[in-house]
Design a protein around this ligand. Structure first.
Ligand SMILES: CC(C)(COP(=O)(O)OP(=O)(O)OC[C@H]1O[C@@H](n2cnc3c(N)ncnc32)[C@H](O)[C@@H]1OP(=O)(O)O)[C@@H](O)C(=O)NCCC(=O)NCCS
Length: 203
């Protein structure tokens, strides 16, 4: 991400250094529906806002672990103005009868700001994943998680980690199927820590 000001002194604006087109794909789901997967763009802010607003309370709470209704502008920018290296986000979407794109899922990793990369550029990143209620249970979440892990591994990251509500059985099942390690947190029964070791993991 480049923050650049023009000669007239306009406020900094976001510009993209390299949009990773190799991550664009069409994915057929188990129920016959097909989604397009692509890296998130800054102009997806409205799309993302509508996506989050359309989630059930439970899905929203499981993703954000707080009661967000409308995403505040700062968070929305953080989620959409990404650099595709330290922060990669993929969205899955479909086009409706009017030709408008509708977002149905979001998966991302964000490299830990305070993780000092050791030689070779290795490091840790946090994952996040959410699938719209009507699109759950047909393999989309698992596939997005696989793709985010593959992109993180290609970037030289060694571990994806996240905290999950201990009552979030669907996510914990997905993580177990993805080969993640899961550990209950001492002193906080509400959350568990999960991590996926990317070294030597298959695609
Ligand atoms: C957790 C979450 C991301 C899972 O996404 P998903 O797309 O439903 O996951 P999948 O479809 O890949 O797998 C879930 C179920 O579908 C089944 N499934 C997976 N692939 C399938 C396929 N090809 N055909 C049929 N069923 C399939 C899985 O076996 C699993 O079944 P289960 O419910 O019996 O365990 C989704 O439920 C969600 O968004 N939850 C709210 C937000 C959240 O919890 N985020 C994580 C925060 S840490």
């Amino acid at each position: 991400m480049d923050a650049v000001a023009n000669a007239a002194g306009a406020p900094p604006r976001y510009s993209i250094a390299r949009y990773p087109t190799a991550l664009i794909d069409r994915l057929p789901l188990a129920d016959g529906r097909v989604v397009t997967i692509r890296p998130v763009l800054p102009q997806d802010a409205e799309l993302a806002q509508r996506f989050v607003a359309g989630l059930s309370l439970q899905t929203r709470y499981r993703r954000f672990q707080m009661g967000v209704g409308t995403l505040p502008p700062r968070l929305l920018r953080q989620l959409t103005e990404i650099d595709y290296a330290a922060h990669l986000a993929l969205l899955a979407g479909v086009v409706d009868e009017s030709g408008d794109e509708i977002q149905v899922a979001d998966a991302r990793y964000v490299v830990d700001a305070d993780a000092a990369p050791w030689p070779g550029g290795d490091g840790d990143a946090e994952f996040a994943l959410v699938v719209a209620d009507d699109w759950q249970g047909v393999g989309l979440g698992s596939e997005l998680m696989r793709r985010v892990a593959r992109a993180a591994r290609a970037r030289g990251l060694v571990r994806l980690h996240g905290e999950v509500l201990s009552t979030n059985t669907p996510m914990l099942d997905l993580l177990r199927r993805s080969g993640a390690c899961i550990r209950t947190r001492a002193g906080d029964a509400r959350l568990v820590d999960a991590w996926i070791d990317l070294r030597g993991a298959a695609d």
